[in-house]
Ligand binder design. Structure first.
Ligand SMILES: [Zn+2]
Length: 255
């Protein structure tokens, strides 16, 4: 009896330790209808290999079930969470255990919204101090409706979140190797210089704004125009493949 109670207590403690370390929520599964939404609408998931599909499902499950979702003037439907989760999975799939821990909340606007500080219109933003990723649903859908124009607000904002996540100490930080980051920053500086000098660049002008925007815009091109990106800026492309541990151009050729 005493042994049983001790065993029970040990199991309970193990459960608590796993729950508090995040092991349990990382293994949470998608429901059948969530998986059906993913399979029906998420192109990156449809194209992925079986091994990557399993990893993507875990990321989507974490996004859907463990992040807080706030709608501003709309109710955030489960399908919306799955599709934004799929966008996160597209970006994070190469990393075996990355779920943007610091960002605990998604705020979803129905449409582009006015920035209270600047008065300008926004399609999304990342607020690292508040651990929040903001996305306009209409613009998110548009991003995936036009798959080859390298405009994708979901990938753009999540790329910003990834960039911050790497430097915010939270247990999953500093996952981008410093040597690679240094190489990336050097290449980014060179290309931003070209953009600012109004020399022809593969990227749109906005990439020249600063290092964070350069990275976010590069991620949009990486996923939406990978073959042209690899052709135009092979070194930038190769370093980004290493940083994100995946090669969309190769996946595109195979499919
Ligand atoms: Zn941006």
């Amino acid at each position: 009896m005493g042994i049983l109670i001790t065993l029970g207590l040990a199991l309970l403690l193990a459960f608590w330790a796993a729950a508090s370390s995040g092991l349990l929520w990382r293994t949470r599964r998608l429901s059948a209808s969530e998986r059906a939404t993913l399979a029906k609408y998420a192109i990156s998931y449809q194209r992925a290999h079986a091994k990557d599909k399993a990893r993507m499902e875990r990321i989507v499950a974490t996004m859907v079930h463990d992040k807080e979702w706030l709608g501003v003037g709309l109710e955030v439907a489960d399908e919306m969470k799955v599709m934004i989760g799929a966008c996160a999975a597209q970006l994070l799939v190469g990393h075996s255990d990355l779920v943007l821990k610091h960002f605990e909340r998604f705020v979803i606007y129905p449409d582009s919204y006015r920035d209270r500080r600047t008065g300008g219109m926004r399609q999304g933003e990342v607020r690292p101090a508040a651990g929040t990723i903001v996305i306009s649903w209409d613009d998110f859908v548009n991003g995936y409706a036009h798959t080859r124009d390298a405009h994708n607000v979901g990938l753009h904002e999540l790329a910003h979140a990834l960039w911050f996540e790497n430097s915010i100490v939270n247990g999953e930080d500093h996952f981008l190797p410093p040597v690679l980051l240094q190489r990336w920053n050097t290449l980014a500086e060179a290309e931003m210089g070209r953009i600012r000098a109004q020399a022809p660049s593969f990227f749109r002008d906005y990439a020249g704004t600063n290092a964070a925007e350069f990275f976010a815009v590069a991620v949009e091109y990486f996923f939406e125009r990978p073959l042209e990106f690899r052709e135009s800026l092979p070194e930038h492309y190769a370093v980004l493949c290493s940083l994100l541990k995946q090669d969309p151009a190769a996946t595109l050729v195979l499919n």
